[in-house]
Ligand binder design. Structure first.
Ligand code: NAI
Length: 337
C-alpha cells in the first residue's frame, strides 16, 4: 500500500498535482490537507474512478493539529506546495517571512506522524525552505538525509522546452533531459546545456543566444508571474514537474533501478558522493545535483557532472554558490532561532 499526502492540496499547484497523483495506479491512498477549501477538492477528486482512495483533511481552527496528523499518519510520500506564491515584482526570497513558518509547522507534523516518509518541498524559497525542513527533522531526532528532496524539477522541464523551441524543425522537448544544478531562484539556477544531448545544439547558438537561453531558464518563472498579472505563479507546469519527481521516487520504491533526477539536497549527509560534491561547490551544505534514486530515497549524488562543465558554466556556478550560501544560512538560522 502506498499513501501519498499533499499539504496545500487546495492551492493552485496542489489541485492539479493531486489530480495527477489520483491517476497514478501506484498510489493507493491520497491524503489531501489544506487550511481552506480542501473538502471540496477531495469530494471532486474522489469521483474519479481510479482505484486509489481519496480523503481530505481540514483543521477545525489554528490550534487543531489532528487533521494534519491524520493526513500524515502512514504516509510514504509527502509533497508540500503549501504557502503563498509570488506576485509581479516579487522575488522568491520575498516569500520567506510567510512560508518559512508554514513549512516548519508542516515539517514538525512529518516528524511526529510519518518520520520515514519521503518529503518533497515545493514551497518557495526552496533554497531556504529545504534547510528549514532538515533542521526541524534534526531537532526532532528523525532526520534521514536520503528522504528530503527540494523540488527543482520545473527548471529542468523549462530547460528542455526552451532549447527545443529554438530548434523546432530538428528537435522535440522530450528529446532532452537537461541537468539543472545549483538552487531554485534566479541566478542560483544553472542549466548545464554543454553536457549531454543538448551540447551540439547549444554550441551552434551565438554567444548572445546562449546567454538569452540561460537567462530564460533562470527567470522563466517571471514569464508566468507576469502573464498571470497578480494571480500567482506557475501552477500547472509546477504540478507536472512535482508529479514527475514523485513518480520517479515511486518507481524507485517499487524497485526500478537507474532512475536519475536533479534535486536540491543536503550534501552534509553521508550520502554516497555527497562529500565529493560538497568539496566541488565551495563547501556548501546544500545544492541541486543529479541523484540516483533507490528504495531508500537518494542513493548516490552524481557529482562527476561538475567535472564536465564548460568555463562559462563554471562562472555561472560561482555566482550561484555565493547567493545560495546566504539563502541556506537564512533557512538554518530561522529553524534554530
Ligand atoms: P496557492 O496560494 O494557490 O496555494 C497554496 C495553498 O497552500 C493554499 O491553498 C493555502 O490555503 C495553503 N496553505 C497555506 N498555509 C497552509 C498550511 N499551514 N498548511 C497547509 N496548507 C496551507 O499557491 P501555489 O501557486 O499553489 O504555490 C504554492 C507554493 O509553491 C508557493 O510558495 C510558490 O512560490 C511555490 N512554487 C514553487 C515552485 C518550485 O519550482 N519549487 C514553482 C512554483 C511555485
Amino acid at each position: 500500500m502506498v499513501k501519498v499526502a499533499v499539504l496545500g492540496a487546495a492551492g493552485g499547484i496542489g489541485q492539479p498535482l493531486s489530480l495527477l497523483l489520483k491517476l497514478n495506479p501506484q498510489v493507493d491512498e491520497l491524503a489531501l490537507f489544506d487550511v481552506v477549501n480542501v473538502p471540496g477538492v477531495g469530494a471532486d477528486l474522489s469521483h474519479i474512478n481510479s482505484d486509489s482512495k481519496t480523503e481530505s483533511f481540514l483543521p477545525a481552527d489554528r490550534e487543531d493539529k489532528t487533521a494534519l496528523a491524520k493526513a500524515l499518519t502512514g504516509a510514504d510520500v509527502v509533497i508540500i506546495p503549501a504557502g503563498v506564491p509570488r506576485k509581479p515584482g516579487m522575488t522568491r526570497d520575498d516569500l520567506f517571512n510567510i512560508n518559512a513558518s508554514i513549512v516548519r509547522g508542516l515539517a514538525e507534523g512529518i516528524a511526529e506522524n510519518c518520520p520515514k516518509a519521503f518529503s518533497l518541498i515545493i514551497s518557495n524559497p526552496v533554497n531556504s525552505t529545504v534547510p528549514i525542513v532538515v533542521e526541524t527533522l534534526k531537532q526532532k531526532g528523525v532526520y534521514d538525509p536520503k528522504r528530503v528532496f527540494g523540488v527543482t524539477t520545473l527548471d529542468i522541464v523549462r530547460a528542455n522546452t526552451f532549447i527545443a523551441q529554438l530548434y523546432p524543425e530538428e528537435t522535440k522537448p522530450t528529446d532532452f533531459n537537461v541537468n539543472v544544478i545549483g538552487g531554485h531562484s534566479g541566478e542560483t539556477i544553472v542549466p548545464l546545456y554543454s553536457v549531454g544531448k543538448t551540447a551540439d545544439y547549444y554550441k551552434k547558438l551565438s554567444e548572445e543566444q546562449q546567454k538569452a537561453l540561460i537567462k530564460r531558464v533562470q527567470f522563466g518563472g517571471d514569464e508566468v508571474v507576469q502573464a498571470k498579472n497578480g494571480a500567482g505563479s506557475a501552477t500547472l507546469s509546477m504540478a507536472y514537474a512535482g508529479y514527475r519527481l514523485a513518480e520517479s521516487i515511486l518507481k524507485a520504491v517499487k524497485g526500478e533501478s537507474g532512475i536519475v533526477e536533479c534535486t536540491f539536497l543536503n550534501l552534509d549527509s553521508g550520502i554516497k558522493g555527497a562529500a565529493e560534491a560538497k568539496k566541488l561547490v565551495n563547501g556548501l551544505d546544500y545544492f541541486s545535483l543529479p541523484v540516483e534514486l533507490s528504495k531508500e530515497g537518494i542513493h548516490e549524488v552524481k557529482y562527476d557532472i561538475l567535472d564536465k562543465i564548460s568555463t562559462d558554466e563554471k562562472a555561472l556556478l560561482k555566482v550561484a554558490i555565493e547567493q545560495l550560501e546566504k539563502n541556506v544560512e537564512k533557512g538554518v538560522a530561522f529553524a534554530n532561532k
